[in-house]
Design a binder for this molecule. Sequence first.
Ligand code: FES
Ligand code: FE2
Length: 393
Amino acid sequence: MSVTDFGSAYARKPPNYNAKLTEVGRGTPMGELLRRYWHPAGIAADAGATPRPVKVLGEELILFRDGQGRAGLVYPRCCHRGTTLYYGKIEERGIRCCYHGWLFDVEGHCLEMPCEPNPSGPQCQRVRQPWYPVEERYGLVFAYLGPPEKKPVLPRYECLEVMGPGEFVEADDSSIGSGGIVIAPCNWLQHFENVVDPYHVPVLHGTFSGPQFVEQMATFPKVKFEYGPRGVKATSIRPGPNGKRFRRITEAIVPTLRLVANPRVAQYGMVESIGWTLPIDDTHYRIYVAGRVKEKGELAKFKSRYNGKTWAELSPEEHQQFPGDTEAQVGQGAITFHSEEHLMSSDQGVSMLRLFLRKQVDTVAAGGDPVGVAFDEESAYVKFDAGQFLDEV
Ligand code: FES
Ligand SMILES: [Fe+2]
């Protein structure tokens, strides 16, 4: 064999991915870690008077809001004889199954069995429709899909609690991080680890597809990666205006939070939004964002432009010519083959995040509590370092 034959595609090994870090189903190592935290299952308006099918961590569920305004999240198969509550009717006290009319409240209690001689009789207590706890905050409906005895307090985040003049918090679910597809057909970790991959910014967003962000972002930064108490942080230093230093900190925080200051505006200060990377299942994710804004609808407006268009307006040819985060991450495949990767020094943030997550997975598997779960309000108040700053030098 001549030396030029090495590396032929014929010689490649069967590929595989790291299931421990990527798969999210019940009973899987990562699935059990993720189930120790609250995840957004929808924006507040998704919980309404029409049962809405949602999928969270690989579980099909029905989201609704009863006549008293309480959001509920239940397993779709009715505990009577199994038709789906998708066809249910929402009433004052809960959701009523279309088949024989059993009525369930937002916690799955059966309140009525109308075909029985005594519809509200003691037989109602013999069943319970499987349900999950939900809590609403920041315009999002958060769900807890984990073991009930381990349910943590739903955190409050300083960047969504401390308002500047005229600011309020709104939620958005209209795209992945920087403009793009709504539901991405690939594994959630491909997006989450991108948060601590600052070197892709000048390439993918700065030069390859034409400038997608503010001009400063097109230069290669000097980057420092660090572990924090809840995840990994990347600090990128670039020359700023008027001889100042432009310091941008992004953080990937357990379980799936992306803390990325809006790269489309040169606004300085604490990060203004949180993005939750929701694993829909092993091969789909979407992003829910809550952020401080001054105008209603502001979050949805911050979309990258590619060739002067939004992602949804691009033709297939333009998607190829002007790729963004969606193309790059979905392009890695449904679940990227970790066995075929070659991580380099610039991938340090990615390696650190995987290691951090693996430790948490092992902690949960050993019966412990992962980082960032809090069981009292005081410890559930979270501050981040993320943001964009101009430093005097
Ligand atoms: S199947 Fe739901 S009430 Fe019978
Ligand atoms: Fe990006």
